[in-house]
Structures are given as structure tokens and as C-alpha cells.
Design a protein around this ligand. Structure first.
Ligand SMILES: [Mn+2]
Length: 226
């Protein structure tokens, strides 16, 4: 039986990804998908991209890839996008194939009843009919107003804000997401958050689904042996 393997935010932590794949014992027939934010912040962003391409690992688009793509594709808006040294270096070292790969990243991937997105979903959204605003929200969603209608800007959440996954009703499948960092994988009735902050010194987590059974496998930042 092949496994479905979903990785949390990698952010250029290639060594940890390689170690995690060894620990999972990935086989050629397994399907591997990333929740986005595969690059930026970590030490090996460009190498990570090449690795994913070579291994046939899929990903959805993350907000960090989105910013780079805006910079690359919308040359007239470049002056408005401030890239730090890390991002400038990544852009400088991208091959045409890397850019093709990034441009092809979708907002969501659906496999069986699982829906993989970077940030999150709101209950009103229809995946087959997303407008530009919905797409932008999918990349950046964390907290919503108490009624669940309005996205709260990063850092502006209050005690009354609700985390999107806590009120998600499962209407677009069981969602696997990243973007919001947690100490441990976060379980909600119809969603699992996988960003456990590897690039910040915590760990890289994968959700492995095999014959309907789910398990988490993690590698600590800097861990090299399994
Ligand atoms: Mn993110």
C-alpha cells in the first residue's frame, strides 16, 4: 500500500527534510505533498526547491512563495515589494525550471477526502469557484472575527478572535494546513495543522496516512541521524 505523506512548512530546512524522509522510509510509490512555505528563512531554500523537483514532491503555494512570484512576475510592481537579503539571494539563484515549478504551485491539492492548503479555509468558500480575494485568504488565514466572517490581520488577534480551523465545518474535506506555528501538530474536528516551526529551531513534522491510519513523524531542527 502506498502512503500519503504531507510535510509541514519546510522553509529551506533541507537536511531535516532528508532525515525525516529516511525516518518515514519513503518509497517510490508514496505520494508526498508540502503545505507550502517550502522556501525562505532557512539556510537551503534553492537546494530544497531542486530536491522537491527531483523527487517529484508536490506542494501547494505558500504566502512566502507568493511574495517571490509577485516580485518575479509583476515587474512593474517590483518597487513596492521589499525583499530581504535571503529572498534576494533566492531569486538570484532560481533556475528557469525552479520558476516554472513555483508558478505551477496550486492554492489547494485534493487527494481522496483530504484537502491540502497553506493557511486555511472559510466555510463559505467553494474550491471550484475561488475569487482572487479567497485565494489570497487561503494563503494567509489564521484568526477570524468571533462570527467567523472577517480575517484578522497578523498580530491583531484578540482573545475573542477564533482560529479558523476551530469553526471549520469540513465542507471542503478534511484540511491539512501549515502557516500558523504550533508546538505540536494541531488537531481540530476537520483539520490538522502541521507547522511545528523547524526553521525557528523546533521541529519538522509530517502527517503519514497509510491504509486510513494517521500518524505524525517529526525531526528536530539539526537532527541528522535516525
Ligand atoms: Mn506561511
Amino acid at each position: 500500500m502506498s502512503k500519503l505523506i504531507i510535510y509541514g512548512d519546510i522553509h529551506g530546512c533541507l537536511d531535516e527534510l532528508i532525515t525525516l524522509r529516511k525516518k518515514i522510509k519513503v518509497k517510490s510509490e508514496d505520494i508526498e505533498v508540502c503545505v507550502g512555505d517550502i522556501i525562505t528563512k532557512g539556510s537551503n531554500s534553492n537546494k530544497t526547491l531542486k530536491f522537491l523537483r527531483k523527487k517529484g514532491i508536490f506542494s501547494v503555494l505558500g504566502n512566502n512563495e507568493d511574495v517571490l512570484l509577485k516580485y518575479i512576475n509583476e515587474k512593474d510592481k517590483r518597487a513596492l515589494i521589499k525583499l530581504d537579503e535571503d529572498r534576494k539571494n533566492i531569486v538570484k539563484n532560481l533556475s528557469l525550471k525552479d520558476i516554472e515549478f513555483l508558478n505551477a504551485l496550486p492554492y489547494f491539492i485534493q487527494i481522496d477526502r483530504y484537502t491540502i492548503v497553506h493557511g486555511g479555509l472559510q466555510n463559505y468558500m467553494k474550491l471550484d469557484n475561488l475569487n482572487k480575494r479567497d485565494k489570497d485568504k487561503i494563503l494567509r488565514m489564521r484568526y477570524l472575527s468571533p462570527d467567523g466572517n472577517t480575517l484578522i490581520k497578523y498580530g491583531n488577534e484578540t482573545k475573542k478572535s477564533v482560529f479558523w480551523a476551530d469553526i471549520y465545518d469540513g465542507s471542503n474535506g478534511f484540511v491539512i494546513y501549515g502557516h500558523q506555528r504550533f508546538k505540536e501538530p494541531r488537531l481540530s474536528p476537520f483539520a490538522i495543522g502541521l507547522d511545528t516551526g523547524c526553521v525557528y529551531g523546533d521541529k519538522l513534522t509530517a502527517l503519514v496516512i497509510e491504509e486510513g491510519e494517521k500518524r505524525f513523524v517529526s525531526i528536530n531542527f539539526g537532527e541528522r541521524d535516525v
